[in-house]
Design a protein around this ligand. Sequence first.
Ligand code: SAM
Ligand code: SF4
Length: 354
Amino acid sequence: MPRPRAAAEFAPGSPGEPLVDTHGRVHRDLRVSLTDRCSLRCTYCMPEQGNEWLAKSSILTLDEIVRIARVAAADGVTTFRLTGGEPLLRSDIVEVVRRLAVIQGPDGRPVELAMTTNGIRLPELLPSLVDAGLARLNISLDTLRRDRFRDLTRRDRLDDVLAGIAAASASGLRPLKLNAVAMRDVNEDELIDLVQFALDHNAELRFIEQMPLDAGHTWDRSRMVTREEILDELSTRWHLTPVPGRGGAPAERWRLDGGPQTVGVIASVTAPFCGDCDRLRLTADGQLRNCLFSTTEYDLLPSLRQPEGSAGDAEIDAAIDGMLRSCVHGKLPGHAINDPGFLQPARGMNAIGG
Ligand code: SAM
Ligand code: SF4
């Protein structure tokens, strides 16, 4: 299990100051996992059976999420990305969006609220989510073939995902992004088809190198399709020109045949981008993480759930701020996937929040 930190340790900075780590990286992006549950069982993420679900009592309530988000926004976080597990499985998802979307930073500007989803409940929920203030969507789609989808996700729900993408495409939410994990002998022959599908839906396809984050710990480097292989394959169809100005974004992007359409690659394994990372993660059970691959977590539950009457609102907020600063302060310069001693985190991606 990851090493939890129960109390805030010394870390420089006071409430309202930016969250800067010891390597000068300013943290502006908080990924909020709303649940570890999911309607799919993607092989690279979750085991088919035997998942150890988070205890219901440990899952953050809507009020607790909003409280943490307000403190983070006051400290300069400008983007919240809702994820999971599958965020749309959370019964209060529209209310989560409504309450987070109105949070403002110290300059009075509203935060940007995005979501990563498998898309399955989008047709019914999207109008309410947009009305509640959702600004951007990433939808995961690894294959366009029904039999492959069933094998890969262990559920026969490709049609539901495609309906979700159609709903997103018809909505005004832009930019719309589709995420695909490229996998050897699974979907590596569909890379061009996936990009074309995204273009047909006014979306950008972003390929993700498969990372060692599956709950079953079955990741095998030799099975990974690399950034170079992805680019080689796409170059057989389009002329690729790099898009400058990546900043802290995980995806490198290329214009297709001069643009305006683009494709992205997130090469966490073969071309890590840790030097510009501005992301923090909050798990559904209230653990702050400074990296996907971290084995240390910073537990917010004791700060949030103090015995009644023992701490006022200001003290609780100060404790959350202290934990955010400790978490940022403890961030390493980079992940160590490529080191021989790399230890995969105990949690799978569904419980960390992608
Ligand atoms: N259920 C939602 C979805 O699938 O979009 C949100 C959560 S999911 C964990 C977020 C993203 O992580 C998805 O795009 C998924 O493809 C990606 N992901 C999960 N496990 C991964 C792995 N081992 N390597 C690379 N990406 C992974
Ligand atoms: Fe569920 Fe997303 Fe993980 Fe697939 S990648 S099992 S959709 S959480």
